[in-house]
Design a protein around this ligand. Sequence first.
Ligand SMILES: C[S@@+](CC[C@H](N)C(=O)[O-])C[C@H]1O[C@@H](n2cnc3c(N)ncnc32)[C@H](O)[C@@H]1O
Length: 216
Amino acid sequence: MTNTLQSPAVQKVLDRLFEDAKRDDDVRSPGGDGFSYESATAQERADALAGIYMPISAAGGALLYSLVRAARPTTVVEFGTSYGISTIYLAAAVADNGIGQVLTTELSETKIAAAQANLTEAGVANQVKILPGDALTTLADVPGPIGLLLLDGWKDLCLPVLRLLEDRLAPGALVVADDITFTTMSDYLTYVRTPTNGYVTTEFPVEDGMEISCRT
Ligand SMILES: C[S@@+](CC[C@H](N)C(=O)[O-])C[C@H]1O[C@@H](n2cnc3c(N)ncnc32)[C@H](O)[C@@H]1O
């Protein structure tokens, strides 16, 4: 069975990106002195943090690859491309399924250009379409059924993006949210953990935590 994740091209790009992402913590004050993350718009935050990767972990990536291989979705949607690390895992699985596409969205122009180059270098660009702009606009008309949704943009927007796409989730769709230990994810977690909202949900304990929710 083919495993594109193990191809030299993918390994080389992922190794380099994870290495580069280790420098995230060296950036002392993104946006410069006086920049307020809380009062900034999503675009201002994206521009201020354009040099910061904030990727999923390699274990989280392996999980996403396996979920996409198992579910064989025709449409995978990702909120928050950044430099393309998570997108590469999703696209590798779609390539190995031989069916489907990844639609991913990102606000930072710098990151969009870099992610496109990284996906091309990894050999998985044909499986991915990057939608430039604000997820609440770019994903508004994405056609369903969506088989897997990865939520990894600004945390206060994960619930609004889920609600935006909810009517296009396939029965049994998987929704994966990253960084669930962040306090800014509490509204999201309350929502998917309330059974009457239509999810069976569980926590995957990796790095800052992932929530995996199945649309019932
Ligand atoms: C945590 S990073 C994503 C990391 C990426 N999934 C990975 O594993 O490499 C979050 C990204 O979401 C983007 N973002 C935040 N809010 C957005 C929005 N409203 N629309 C599109 N992109 C957004 C940010 O610019 C940032 O690059």
